[in-house]
Write a protein that binds this ligand. Structure first.
Ligand code: PNS
Length: 161
């Protein structure tokens, strides 16, 4: 059984991430969405919230599992029985960073393969950072994120006003 781990900050999970999970679930028997603690990034949402929002967005899909992760991705991937690290690629902008990360992961674990899926055109401009910028100025994000994430973002906006 081929298991792919899909690691990321998911701060928050958006429709571009959803697109990758849906398409990967048609390729791999199991997809594990690994929500990274990633302390270097000072996320908007804590690990528990980010994991819960991913779970609410994709946890019901067959062959998809969501979990929080800490530490090295390759070690976590092995512990989950994964053979593949899955990453979405939007544009040339992502390329350098993603290749560097894939090579570092291969240096850390020779047998762990990185698998890139090109983001569908209609989501190629999406990023969690841009979504947070929109939320910050109360601009609509309904079409950009799964419904559970949207509900959470709206509750957050109401709380601030
Ligand atoms: O969504 P992001 O922030 O681009 O995801 C980056 C992530 C979490 C996949 C990456 O930072 C990561 O794997 N962090 C865990 C620590 C690690 O394994 N570092 C070595 C990989 S270069």
């Amino acid at each position: 059984m081929t298991t792919a781990i899909y690691p990321g900050s998911f701060d928050p999970f958006h429709n571009g991430h959803l697109d990758i999970v849906l398409r990967a679930s048609r390729i791999f028997e199991q997809v594990v969405v690994a929500v990274a603690e990633n302390p270097g990034k000072s996320p908007w949402f804590d690990l528990k919230t980010r994991t819960a929002l991913c779970e609410a967005s994709v946890g019901h899909l067959p062959g998809v599992r969501v979990t929080g992760s800490r530490g090295l991705t390759v070690a976590f991937a092995r512990a989950q029985g994964a053979q593949v690290i899955l990453r979405g690629l939007r544009a040339v902008l992502d390329f350098d960073y993603e290749v560097q990360m894939a090579m570092m992961n291969r240096h850390l674990d020779r047998e762990m393969e990185t698998f890139f899926l090109l983001t569908s055109n209609r989501y190629s401009y999406l990023s969690s950072s841009l979504i947070k910028q929109l939320v910050d100025v109360d601009a609509p994000v309904e079409d950009l994120v799964p419904e559970p994430v949207h509900r959470h973002l709206m509750a957050l906006s109401r709380h601030r006003t």
